[in-house]
Design a protein around this ligand. Sequence first.
Ligand code: HEC
Ligand code: HEC
Ligand code: HEC
Ligand code: HEC
Length: 458
Amino acid sequence: MNSMFNKIVVSCIFVAVFFMNGHASGQIMPKTPFNDGGIHEGVMTCYGSTCHSRQEATGITVRQNESLTWQDGTSTTGAHYRAYKTLLTERSKSIALRLGLFTPAHEAKECLSCHTDGIVAARRGAKFQIDDGVGCESCHGAAGDWLSRHYEVGASHKTNVSRGLYPLEDAKTRAGVCLSCHMGSEAEGQFVTHRLMAAGHPRMSFELDLFTALQSHHSEDVDYETRKNVQSGTRIWAIGQAMTLKQQLRLFQNPALNRDGIFPELVFFDCLACHREISDDPNWRPVVRQNPGRPSLPGIVKFNDASMIMLLATARQIAPDLAPSLEAQIRAFHSSISGNGSQSSATQALEATTNALIKRIERTNFTKAQTLDILDIVVTDTLTRRYTDYVAAEQAIMAVDTLLSSMIASKQVARIEVSQMRKEINMAYDAVENPNTYNQDQLTNALRNVHARLRELR
Ligand code: HEC
Ligand code: HEC
Ligand code: HEC
Ligand code: HEC
């Protein structure tokens, strides 16, 4: 897994000069714990051995050892507790210095907005501590109105939600919350720009279902099912892709975020579109490859379209009526980046279809046959020709892993059947281990092996 987060080493850089028009976005920022106005009481108020800090997961309704899982220093489940501590490291100190920030990282709004529960001082309760990092209420919502009432007799998930608890079991709500930090938002300082990355911040990569599992501190047992509506992993994956695209398009239309000096904000584009090899050797051939779904001229910086590709795979299975227009709109969007046609109408058309698809995804139950079809589309020729660049390749292999796990979880396939294909899956992971040495042929071959194995699951 860690290999997926390899940092980009820059060998040589083309500087592409191009211009885009900033468009005022008609989109409204969804409600997140950062803008809902409530009081955040702080992690301390969730503590207590009769509350969420038992040593063992012995609770009747919920595990009740959530705090310890959230703090676990040995696992990815502890990432959000570590987030503040990260700001005290030498690496963060140098990032702040290189950026020319006037305050150290652990005091800078530019870092605290994501590495802590970065709400304004007026909304912090008496026990709130900024060094708790990304605390419970950063995801579960301001507890001011429900803290003392959510365990009382008669309280239910519904009453809690009406008092401000976030229904995180709902994939759309969850995606909105995670993406505000894992992609960024309009909130002050909550956006990782290309400048931040060039100062040493890691590249960001996110996939809703996989990342949920990596930070999980809950059990979807029988009790959970009676309280909440359990969604299939495949649906969570698909909603995650659609919401990622929506957020990306929304921020991309925001004039306050989409420019940096005389250039467009580069973080929206495919990193390796610029960070490629260059040579003076007369026998050198350009490394860029033709991508059938992404009409673009040589030398034009490509938009990061990983979520578009994954959403298209979903649409081909569950919404064959919408898939052709989605495909056409994606092409028109890429064309508009090269200056052909109106960028704002291309972006808005794509947003509208994405919204229509979210509704379809929410109505789809994702049977075994449907999930296998989507996997088939992700690993076969129709799409593999589109994995010319690293970001889409990375999402493709995460999709293979996520969708297979989802079928295991919903007992559509047996774990043993999937473990028999580990070798093939690992070969595909190897092909995307290092962004700088990514080779499309290697990935395509590996996915072909995965495809052969998938047929045995039918
Ligand atoms: C938009 C939200 C956001 C902002 C703003 C932000 N970060 Fe991060 N940061 C993240 C996320 C998310 C990760 C984890 C990336 C991953 O692994 O996918 C991360 C990872 C890191 C890491 C690597 C941690 C590790 O253990 O590998 C460092 C260091 C870091 N951030 C420092 C900073 C500093 C310093 C600032 C301010 C200058 C900052 N970040 C601003 C969201 C943000
Ligand atoms: C990064 C976001 C995030 C943070 C931070 C976080 N949680 Fe969660 N939590 C989730 C998600 C996602 C779920 C699963 C979806 C749901 O709510 O049912 C969950 C589930 C839970 C559940 C189980 C709910 C149930 O109905 O079974 C409890 C209890 C819980 N969290 C408590 C906490 C506590 C206490 C903290 C702080 C120590 C915390 N969480 C921090 C995201 C988060
Ligand atoms: C307030 C901002 C914030 C929110 C909201 C948030 N995260 Fe994070 N997340 C971070 C930061 C910052 C890091 C990196 C922490 C570090 O290593 O310093 C991180 C790290 C992680 C990691 C570990 C990644 C790795 O490479 O090790 C996972 C998994 C994760 N987040 C999942 C989620 C999920 C799922 C949600 C939504 C339910 C979510 N996060 C919501 C800020 C946030
Ligand atoms: C439009 C072209 C372009 C795109 C797209 C782009 N970069 Fe850059 N990148 C540059 C330029 C130009 C520089 C500055 C080089 C310099 O300082 O001389 C740079 C610098 C960097 C540096 C610092 C390199 C160093 O050695 O100082 C990092 C790291 C980096 N980019 C990462 C990324 C990541 C991650 C992405 C994708 C999210 C990305 N870049 C997308 C053009 C691009």
